[in-house]
Design a protein around this ligand. Structure first.
Ligand SMILES: [Fe+2]
Length: 325
C-alpha cells in the first residue's frame, strides 16, 4: 500500500448535520414530530444526522419522548467503554471523560456484536468554548481510504483486545455490569467475545469484528468500526509512549489489530485518522438542540471544552432487530 497521512478530498454535496428549525422559536417538539417524523427519518438516511433547533424539548422526560416519537423505546448501555452516568431511565451523560481531552471520531458500540442504529443527543447546557460533537460521514471515510488498505481490512477484519487491570480504567465489573465471572463469561460467549482471566482480578477480552458493513436501509458500504478510536497511537504521542512504557503490547488497556491478530502498521493508522479528519464537520451547540445521528452513516466525536457542558445521550433501534426505514 501507499499509506500517507493525507487524504484526498471527496465532496458529496450533503450537509452534516441537516438542520430542521422550529417555525416559531420555542414550539413544542412532540407535536412537530407527530407530523414531521417521516421527513426527519428520510433526512437522517440521506444526510446521516439531523439537528432539531429552536424547539421546547421539555427536559429529560421530553427528550425521552423525542426518542420514542422518532425511534421507539430507548436501549440500555451495555459493555461500557467510557465513564458515563445515568441521568434517568435510558438517558445517559454523553461521557464523563476529562474536558481537556478530545474524544476521537467513532461509531457508537461498533466493537460489539450489536449496536444502536440511531443515537440521540440533547444539549442541556451548552459549553462556553468548543465542546462540539463533530461528525464524519462514514460513507465518505470509506471512499477516502486507500482501496488497498480497505481491501486488506475487508479480508482480515479487525480485532479489539481490552485489558481490565485492577486500579486502572473502568473495572470489568463496571464494564459488564456484573461481578459474577460466570455471568460475564456467558455474556461474552453470546456477544462473540473471547475471555481470558488474568492474575488475581484481571480480565483480557478479544473480539474480532468486520471493518466494513452494509447499511441495513440504504444498502451503502460504510466504514464502521472502532479500530482507529482504540488504537494506542490515536491517543497522541505522549500518551501512547507512556502507555507503551507501562505495559507490554498485549497488556495495553485497549488496542486494535487485524482480525487475525496481526499488527496494524502505525502509518496505516495515521492514514485512517487522516481520512476521518478529512470528512470532519462541526457545529456549535445551542441549549435545547437535539442531534439525531444514524450511527451507521455518521461517526461522532467530542471536542475539548471549557465551562459547564451537559449533553444527554440516548440510543435506539438495535441492529439485532430488523431495521425500520
Ligand atoms: Fe460516542
Amino acid at each position: 500500500m501507499t499509506a500517507t497521512t493525507t487524504a484526498p478530498q471527496a465532496s458529496t454535496g450533503r450537509t452534516l448535520p441537516v438542520v430542521l428549525t422550529a417555525a416559531e422559536p420555542g414550539a413544542p417538539v412532540i407535536p412537530y414530530l407527530s407530523d414531521a417524523r417521516p421527513v426527519v427519518r428520510q433526512r437522517l438516511r440521506e444526510h446521516g444526522a439531523v439537528l432539531l433547533r429552536g424547539f421546547d424539548i421539555g427536559g429529560v422526560d421530553g427528550f425521552a419522548d423525542v426518542v420514542r416519537a422518532v425511534s421507539g423505546a430507548p436501549l440500555s448501555y451495555a459493555e461500557r467503554s467510557s465513564p458515563r452516568s445515568t441521568i434517568k431511565g435510558q438517558v445517559y451523560t454523553s461521557t464523563d471523560y476529562p474536558p481537556s481531552e478530545e474524544i476521537f471520531l467513532h461509531n457508537e458500540n461498533s466493537y460489539q456484536k450489536h449496536w444502536p442504529l440511531v443515537l440521540f443527543f440533547h444539549c442541556m447546557i451548552a459549553p462556553q468554548t468548543q465542546g462540539a460533537t463533530p461528525l464524519a460521514d462514514v460513507r465518505k471515510v470509506y471512499d477516502l481510504i486507500d482501496p488497498a488498505v480497505r481491501a486488506e481490512f475487508e479480508r482480515r477484519g479487525w480485532m479489539v483486545v481490552r485489558n481490565f487491570t485492577p486500579g486502572f480504567g473502568v473495572p470489568w465489573q463496571e464494564a459488564f455490569g456484573s461481578s459474577d465471572r460466570a455471568e460475564v463469561a456467558a455474556y461474552c460467549e453470546r456477544a462473540g467475545v473471547q475471555v481470558e482471566w488474568v492474575g488475581r482480578d484481571g480480565l483480557r477480552t478479544r473480539a474480532r469484528r468486520e471493518a466494513v458493513h452494509t447499511h441495513p436501509v440504504t444498502g451503502e458500504r460504510v466504514w464502521f468500526n472502532h479500530m482507529t478510536f482504540w488504537h494506542v497511537t490515536t491517543l497522541g504521542e505522549d500518551m501512547c509512549a507512556g502507555l507503551r512504557e507501562m505495559f507490554d503490547d498485549d497488556e495495553l488497556p485497549t488496542n486494535t489489530y487485524y482480525g487475525d491478530g496481526g499488527v496494524i502498521p502505525d502509518e496505516v493508522m495515521a492514514h485512517l485518522r487522516a481520512c476521518y479528519r478529512a470528512a470532519w464537520t462541526r457545529f456549535d451547540w445551542e441549549t435545547d438542540d437535539i442531534l439525531i445521528v444514524d450511527n451507521m452513516l455518521a461517526a461522532h466525536a467530542r471536542e475539548p471544552f471549557t465551562g459547564p457542558r451537559r449533553i444527554a445521550v440516548a440510543m435506539a433501534e438495535s441492529s439485532a432487530e430488523p431495521a425500520a426505514s
